[in-house]
Ligand binder design. Sequence first.
Ligand SMILES: Nc1ncnc2c1ncn2[C@@H]1O[C@H](COP(=O)(O)OP(=O)(O)OP(=O)(O)O)[C@@H](O)[C@H]1O
Ligand SMILES: [Mg+2]
Length: 354
Amino acid sequence: MRGADSGPLLRLDNVSKSYGSYQALQPTTLAVNEGEFFSLLGPSGCGKTTTLRIIAGFEIPTGGTVHLAGHDITRTPPNLRDTNTVFQSYALFPHMTAAENVAYPLKMKKVPATDIGLRVAEAIGQVEMTRFSDRLPHQMSGGQRQRIALARAIVGRPRVLLLDEPLGALDLKLREQMQHVLVHMQRKIGITFVYVTHDQGEALSMSDRIAVMSAGRLQQLASPRDLYYQPANSFVAGFIGKSNVISGMVATHAGRTVLQSGPLAIPMADRSAKPKAALRYEAIAVGPEAEARDIAFDAVIEDALFLSDKVEVTLSLGDTRLVAMTPSQRDSQFRPRDSIRAGFHTRDLVPLDE
Ligand SMILES: Nc1ncnc2c1ncn2[C@@H]1O[C@H](COP(=O)(O)OP(=O)(O)OP(=O)(O)O)[C@@H](O)[C@H]1O
Ligand SMILES: [Mg+2]
């Protein structure tokens, strides 16, 4: 019964995977809660698909265990797990209508015909494709086919739906539209999603929590907001949004702990004094506004990129380089080699471990 087990719905404990001498996944521990939209995010080759295939049962991990609803499923074959997978290439059967495609997994499971009709109609309704039930795949657009593939994946009511870059083949507009469809559908039907993507914007906008991975290692597991404002290390700070990584030396200056980086002496709260800190581009103010910040300094404009609503200004202070993202205004101009005031609040600095 759903929700009858206490604890997380899905749990990976020290799960690792090696291919010969190559370790694709370092020992990884994470838990996914029932009803959660959970994402695995990271650059190509970081081990996202490997992790998903282990959850689906297409791979047996080299070490560690996988639990679903309290049961050890580490060695359970895929078809006996309460999971289903949607891939980027969502091959529908070309000679079957949308409704026949969605009905197929239920027929395989020998569900009674009367139930099949109802459940197919329900699943197709959930992806808002009722009008297309009788179409063949070649009579539908890419986005419509993807919706039918989703309906086919949820019709068997898996407890966990695994999605591996399901929108990767779609163009940007359709991708954004399908992101809304997916989030809406997930909330409505309440199936737990584990979603793989290398697109940070996609992960941030859709997920309840995100596991950021790099080089086979879990870097941070947190909500989108916390990943953005409290990155745990320089990898996450660089991968999520745009951040300066300021490195220098922790020193004592007039009785206060400071991070000394080039000409900048940035006061730090003692307990969090680290030789490295992240600072979001948009946390740096340039021009007259800089005076209202905790720290203001003179800098030289190296370069300015006009991005319609924003301007990305690269500043240099001796050997230190900082990038500021500032709202673009009709009259403001940033000329290379001009001197400018810049500043930021020390509370916006995020100390980094590595
Ligand atoms: N069957 C295999 N044999 C050997 N190496 C493999 C195998 N499957 C994956 N790998 C390697 O493991 C690493 C992780 O692969 P994985 O497919 O999990 O990456 P990914 O994060 O999904 O990347 P992408 O975003 O490109 O899909 C890669 O370096 C890959 O080459
Ligand atoms: Mg992959």
